[in-house]
Design a protein around this ligand. Sequence first.
Ligand SMILES: Cc1cc2nc3c(=O)[nH]c(=O)nc-3n(C[C@H](O)[C@H](O)[C@H](O)COP(=O)(O)OP(=O)(O)OC[C@H]3O[C@@H](n4cnc5c(N)ncnc54)[C@H](O)[C@@H]3O)c2cc1C
Length: 490
Amino acid sequence: MKKVIIIGSGLGGLSTALRLADKGHKVTILEKHSTPGGRLNVIQQDGFRFDMGPSFMSMTFELDELFNSVNEKVPIELEELDPLYQVFFEGQSKPRLIYKDLQKLEKEFEDIEPGLAKKAEEYLAKASQFFHDTEDKVVKSNFESKLSYILKLSRVPLKHIPYLMRNMWSEVDKKFDSLEVKIIFSLVAFFLGATPFQTPAIYSLLNYTEMKYNGYWRVKGGMYKLVEEMMKLLEKRGVEIHYNTEIVGYANTNGTVAEMIDQNGKRWSADLFVSNSDAASFRGKILGRESYSEKKLDKMHWTLAPFTIYLGVKGKLDKIMHHNYFLGNNFKAYADKIFTSSISPQKPYYYVNALSKSDPTSAPEGHENLFILCPVPDLRFKKDWSDREELVQNIIDDLSARTGFDISENIVTKKVLDPQDWADMLNLYKGSGLGLAHDINQVGAFRPKNKDEHFNNLYYVGASTTPGTGLPMVIISSKLVTERIENDLA
Ligand SMILES: Cc1cc2nc3c(=O)[nH]c(=O)nc-3n(C[C@H](O)[C@H](O)[C@H](O)COP(=O)(O)OP(=O)(O)OC[C@H]3O[C@@H](n4cnc5c(N)ncnc54)[C@H](O)[C@@H]3O)c2cc1C
């Protein structure tokens, strides 16, 4: 039995705690924030309950894997989204519904993309082959070195090589004719926190997981239910958690971390440490590693920052459903310019989640609960968000016009989080929402490793280490780091 300290209680930290506690280790979690969950969190205000970050999940079989591995039943109920979502294109009278059922999808786009089902079937077949050819070899593997990673990659069938050379947009551009369908198939890039013009084509595998393999699911009672249920399982296994405890330094002896030091100077000792704090910025800020200095971190490619608005509204917005995108009519120009600009968007593109459509307990009767997410430049590009009310009002006015509902007049409660808030609250580097981006040179053995380069008892879990970002990926990350720890201890 080892004494383990986990720094951070995001889904990555909680999943690792569960796996390690189940193996008999004595686990303590230290969390900077006042509640567990990290980005998977909740905001309760004036009778409304908002999911703070994630609003849906894909690849839910990773939840089965996690809970089966600790001999527990999945403690939450999942509900599939059908349709997956709807997209409002600027200037079009009605939104387009996005179905997993390709025949229904074809009907939805029959006026602009004849034969869509066959084209989508071919596109998804290719993405499916890539997913299954790489899932175990690349995504779910620990790598000892760059060489071992390249050797593993060399076992991936050669037919996939062109995927590595292209971006996602060029892949959809080859397959589909209408701009709208191209945009819809490329939206998954934003779930990776980047635009389709930067995201490698390999990530069309996400189209396969959304449309064929598993779909999108929400958690009954709100996403935070997952955290609440995990906390019960952790308590049952004797895991301790300390909130408002931020690790700011460390003490080491001969290649081993002896203690982590919090903001009050308190020293926390353990046999093993797992950082769920960002794997790149922790190495720079806390460990003082030159290869992760601010200058070097700033040169890395980070995912887009979130600008989020939580609105409790009196009345019902009939035109929206659980999951809605509101897009303008200059997709490429917007994607190319906005995210590296210091000016906030005048005609923003944004996502709206209305939890009250599927979960009446999230808002008082006769009210709507709206979570609005607008991807924006991170703090490297736009440092000052004192003008944020202007963006809030732009979005509210646009949403009101496109839904035919006067939101401004009916706001009961409102909260806004800009990139600086996200950065301060959870130590997200420069407010980047999903951590390090997934460029070819920032994945696999090129992503910060889940074992420290210098200290033999320091490990990492979460979005900026392997395999990557998103709820299912950080669950896989917890499996990988647990395997590494167990191998090291064997
Ligand atoms: C707005 C938004 C919407 C999203 N929507 C979705 C979605 O719909 N579906 C999906 O799958 N994914 C979504 N994601 C991504 C998903 O939330 C993340 O990939 C995932 O939650 C990351 O988990 P994590 O464990 O790596 O890190 P985090 O959740 O960031 O947890 C890290 C924890 O460590 C703590 N910490 C950091 N530094 C220290 C320190 N020095 N000392 C002590 N504690 C520290 C932080 O406070 C935090 O609690 C979204 C993200 C955002 C921001």
